[in-house]
Structures are given as structure tokens and as C-alpha cells.
Design a protein around this ligand. Structure first.
Ligand code: KG4
Length: 350
């Protein structure tokens, strides 16, 4: 293992295979010297009829997908297996059974190829997705220190990023995540899972000021979304008593007002964080950062408060292995390797 590592250092070309299997997407990517060569993602349709991810079904689908997905990533990158310098995998947080599939595969690959194994925190991966270079085109990464609003299905955090591998969570949700608020409220309106993209689409035809929902009063930079979810549910229940077609007749306005409230909650704390830290380098990451309303609101605030706003490419906001590979790349440069005794964690902090 050391020999291969030293040779790569000499040749100065570092090729990382990244593996992501924390939830319901099986993904593999190849990154060479920070440049993306391939990023393959296999989604899992099996959960749609259940209105949420079923953990046991997710692990089984990962088992079926992992070999063909890795194979495709290597072929698309146009490299051979023995050019890979190290294998990086998501250690957590996520669904334990799903994480086990990626972890076991990465361990086996590392042993068989005699290359280092690198464990990656999924949340750190979302942040470092901002540093993925394309083969062609501009490279415009944020400058340290910067703030990252990390909003996904499982997390809502404000992260102060000091360096590639040194991050500090300065605010986070004390209950549900923003993505969960989108998904759970969408579910009670009868929209398919995951509801976030549907709410986003329907909002574009709706009035964001038609309905108002309760906003949390949480001290500091922390978030809370469970109150909003409950108030949304009661609001629908009360109105449905009077008019059983209330949801269908007001769907666009309901989505727009809900989205407006979630964005308002997210941005209020982000503005507070920017003010308190004096940092104007602002970024966003995670699945919810695909939301068009959130992107617009961030742009408006950037103009108003003179932020240098960096929004990642759409394909790197959702769960993907490219972000795991880029994190693996920076850990490789820092010689941060894991042993074969490493185990996945369902819950981890940054
Ligand atoms: O980061 P991510 O892909 O995965 C996990 O957290 O596991 O985020 C998924 C979340 C889901 O809650 C989904 O509804 C939300 O991101 N999402 C969106 C949009 N696209 C995805 N929420 C609002 N608007 C969108 N356009």
C-alpha cells in the first residue's frame, strides 16, 4: 500500500474512486487531480410506492447496483482499475444497511488493489462538491473562510468552513431538516416522494403570500422545522373540514406559501450568521439547494448584502460520489487513510 502511495506522489497524478451509498442512490465517480472524469448515479425507484425510503429495500438495491455502477464509472472515465490511487467511501451519516454495502465494497476493493482506503463524512462531501473541477470551463471555488448553508433531506446546517478538512457547524436543526419539511408537507398534500422538487415546480404558478404558516423562534443560529410541519398539517385539516377539495383547488398557492416560509426560515439564520462572522463568501450545498426559489432568494440577498455567492452545479447538489471522491482527494493529499477495521456510522457530526 505504501509503495503505491509513494509512486503516485512521485508521478503527481492522483486518481480517486469515490463510492456513495448513504441513502437511496448508488453512486461511483472517478476524480483525477481534482478533475471529474466520471460520475455515475443509479437511483432506486422501488421506494416510490411507499412514500419514503425503505431502508431494507435500499440496502438490497445497493447490493445489486454497486458492481455495475463502479464498473461504469471506471469505463466512462477511460481509465483502467490499476490507475486508481485510493478508494474513498461514505462512512456516514446515513442508513446503516446502505452504508454497509459501500463500506464493505470499498474495503474489498482497497484490499484487492493494494491501495489506501479513505473514509468520508457525507456532509463534508456536500461542502467540498464546490471544489470539483470540470475538464473544461471555469473553475471558481469559494475562498476560505466561507459559510455553507447545507440543506438536504437529513440535515440543515450552517457550516463555517476554515479549510478543506477543517469545518465547524455553527447552526443546525434541532428537529426536522428543511428537506424533510418539504417532503412531509408534500406527502400530506398527496404529492409523490420526494416532494421537494414537486413543491418547487408547483410553486412557480402559485402565490407565495396567499397563506402564512408559523415560523420557529429558536435562539442563535439553530433551525427548527417540526412546528411548521405541524401547523401546515392542522391548517389543511381545518380547511378540509369546510371544503374537501381545498388542496386540489389551492395546490399551487399552498406549495408557493410553504416554500416561501421554508426559504425565509433558512435565509434569516444565514443572514444572521453572515452578520455575526463578518463573512461575505457564501455557498450552498445539499439536495434542497436545487430549489429554484432558494436559489433566487440567495441571489437577491447576495446583491443586497454584497455576498460573493457560489452555487454548485445542479448534479453535484444531490447525493453523488463525485463529492466523496473530491473529499477523498484532499484527504489523500493530507495522508488521512482508514484501516480495514473502519465501520460505518448512521449518525456522525462534521
Ligand atoms: O442531499 P440529498 O440529495 O439527500 C439526502 O439528504 O439524503 O437531498 C434530498 C432532499 C429531499 O428532501 C428532496 O425533497 C430535496 O432534497 N430536494 C428539493 C429539491 N430537489 C431536491 N427540495 C426542494 N426543492 C427542490 N427542487
Amino acid at each position: 500500500m505504501n509503495e503505491k502511495y509513494i509512486n503516485d506522489k512521485k508521478n503527481a497524478s492522483i486518481t480517486i474512486l469515490g463510492i456513495e451509498s448513504s441513502c437511496d442512490d448508488t453512486s461511483a465517480a472517478i476524480i483525477r487531480d481534482g478533475v471529474i472524469l466520471s460520475n455515475v448515479v443509479a437511483g432506486q425507484k422501488v421506494h416510490e410506492e411507499y412514500g419514503g425510503v425503505v431502508p431494507e429495500l435500499a440496502s438490497r438495491a445497493h447490493q445489486q447496483n454497486i458492481i455495475p455502477v463502479v464498473d461504469r464509472a471506471i469505463v466512462r472515465a477511460g481509465i483502467s482499475k490499476n490507475e486508481i490511487s485510493a478508494v474513498a467511501f461514505t462512512r456516514g451519516p446515513g442508513l446503516l444497511g446502505s452504508l454497509l454495502v459501500g463500506t464493505s465494497f470499498a474495503k474489498g476493493f482497497s484490499l484487492a488493489a493494494g491501495i489506501p482506503l479513505i473514509e468520508v463524512n457525507h456532509l463534508q462531501g456536500h461542502v467540498l462538491a464546490l471544489f470539483i473541477k470540470e475538464k473544461v470551463g471555469e473553475y471558481n471555488p469559494p475562498k476560505f473562510p466561507f459559510l455553507c448553508l447545507l440543506v438536504s433531506g437529513g440535515n440543515s446546517q450552517i457550516i463555517l468552513v476554515h479549510d478543506y478538512l477543517h469545518m465547524e457547524v455553527i447552526g443546525q436543526t434541532i428537529d426536522d431538516a428543511a428537506g424533510e419539511a418539504f417532503d412531509k408537507c408534500a406527502k400530506v398534500m398527496g404529492l409523490p416522494y420526494p416532494g421537494g422538487p414537486h413543491v418547487d415546480r408547483l410553486s412557480q404558478q402559485g402565490d407565495p403570500h396567499r397563506f402564512t404558516f408559523s415560523k420557529p423562534r429558536i435562539a442563535g443560529l439553530n433551525y427548527s422545522f417540526s412546528g411548521l410541519k405541524t401547523s401546515f398539517l392542522y391548517f389543511l385539516r381545518n380547511n378540509l373540514k369546510e371544503n374537501e377539495n381545498f388542496i386540489e383547488e389551492n395546490l399551487n398557492d399552498l406549495c408557493a406559501s410553504l416554500q416561501h416560509t421554508i426559504i425565509d426560515i433558512l435565509l434569516n439564520k444565514l443572514k444572521k450568521a453572515a452578520k455575526e462572522t463578518g463573512i461575505k463568501e457564501i455557498t450552498v450545498a445539499g439536495g434542497v439547494s436545487a430549489n429554484s426559489g432558494l436559489r433566487n432568494a440567495l441571489k437577491e440577498n447576495a446583491k443586497k448584502y454584497h455576498w460573493n455567492l457560489i452555487i454548485p452545479k445542479f448534479e453535484y447538489t444531490m447525493d453523488n460520489a463525485a463529492m466523496i471522491a473530491i473529499t477523498g482527494y484532499y484527504k489523500y493529499l493530507n495522508v488521512e487513510f482508514a484501516g480495514q477495521d473502519v465501520v460505518p456510522f448512521a449518525r456522525t457530526q462534521l
